[in-house]
Design a protein around this ligand. Sequence first.
Ligand code: NBP
Length: 476
Amino acid sequence: GTAQIGVTGLAVMGRNLARNFARNGYTVAVHNRSWAKTASLVEDHGDEGTFVPSESVEDFVASLERPRKIVVMVKAGAATDAVIDELVPLLEEGDIVVDAGNAHFPDTVRRENALRAQGLHFVGSGVSGGEEGALLGPSIMPGGTRESYESLGPILEKISAKVDGVPCCTYVGPDGAGHFVKMVHNGIEYADMQLIAEAYDLLKQGLGASAAEIGQIFADWNTGDLESFLIEITADVLQHVDAETGSAFVDIVLDQAEQKGTGRWTVQNGLDLGVPITGIAEATFARALSGGVPQREAAVGTLPAATTPWEITDRDAFVEDVRLALYASKVVAYSQGFDQIAAASAQFGWDIDRGAMARIWRGGCIIRARFLNRITEAYERDANLPLLLADPYFTGAVGNGVEAWRRIVSGAALHGVPTPAFSSSLAYYDGVRAERLPAALIQAQRDFFGAHTYRRTDREGTFHTLWSGDRTEQPA
Ligand code: NBP
């Protein structure tokens, strides 16, 4: 075979990835379970580069030069297993299978093990950026063996997004590491979106501002520290007018947020690892609350608010407070996400470079943002940084906004504006910086009812108090 890379699964994502490879000068073998998608790709875009279409998997595999590099871009789950099962008997030692779909990382660990046992490389790769990213340059997070990255990496780097000439693709780590990092990326995306939505709600309820006015505020914010794809599209969406009714588009959209499940995976894993990713969790639950129709119907107009109207005298000062609170909450959400990556990396022996992850998220993906540079710099200063918030830059940047953050969160509570992500982020901030936490009381309670023991502040050792006896203390 002569094709340098193959793509199987030519729905929107695979089709655009295949075109991206071709436009970058690679000869691309293309295949889809049903022929129609392959035919239409070659018909509509055959002039963009060199495609080698095949109707059968056998011909597809035969059309590739060795070691073969095959990107699988089908529906995550059973479809991915079905495609792998079809491919494997046709492959030879050293061939590389890349799963670029949204696999759950434990599936990737399982598949990598199975293929490695057969002498094949399996690369679970996160790909972010949606349809447009796939075509014009996504952020790519490949896992698997380092050996496979030597030949595959340059091709993926070539088609990835570039920021300041630097590719938004790098080797992430063994087996499930790539899909894990993509999962956390999506979790952070949930948090980022929720925080933006809360900022919008605060501006709407606090100022009584219209969607278009708030859109302008977001557009202004996009010229500063908050500059990012999500802030940019928020400005755009808020200024969009519904053609049918002439109302602001956001005002006619049903207020129930859906989810495909990656936020849920992130939260489940946060629980498994015991990492407090409160921003991501609140964002995931906020979507669930919005979709809880029976509960909302039972509560609207029934639960007393006991609020007073929010009288804001200095509009500009309020807008700046919201901006600072948004930035601080956002840093908390990212700090927590990077803690989760560190914990998984330690648990699974992945040795993930967190600074490099921030670097490859600067372009191509949904959370691309100016401030990711700052995260990379923080991990360059200290690769083992225990807490992103404790990096001097972020301590300063967040510290600068703490008073504003408190004004906004307390104002939201007083005036009945729900801000689960802003509030929980501030609670996390205060919790993690507290010299002493009420966890002491919890540990004492645990010792009381379950003899779970405790340690003391004044000397080494583990102890138990005889609560139901004479209440003397014993070494445990
Ligand atoms: P879909 O997730 O809609 O999957 C459709 C593709 O899967 C078609 O090519 C279909 O073939 C193939 N397929 C299915 Br379904 N079952 C199959 C089977 N048993 N054997 C072989 N092929 C099978 O496509 P998509 O929306 O392009 O997404 C592809 C992947 O990328 C997914 O994992 C998705 O989660 C991920 N994704 C990522 C982003 C992002 O921003 N990174 C965005 C969207 C999707 P057919 O044509 O014969 O039915």
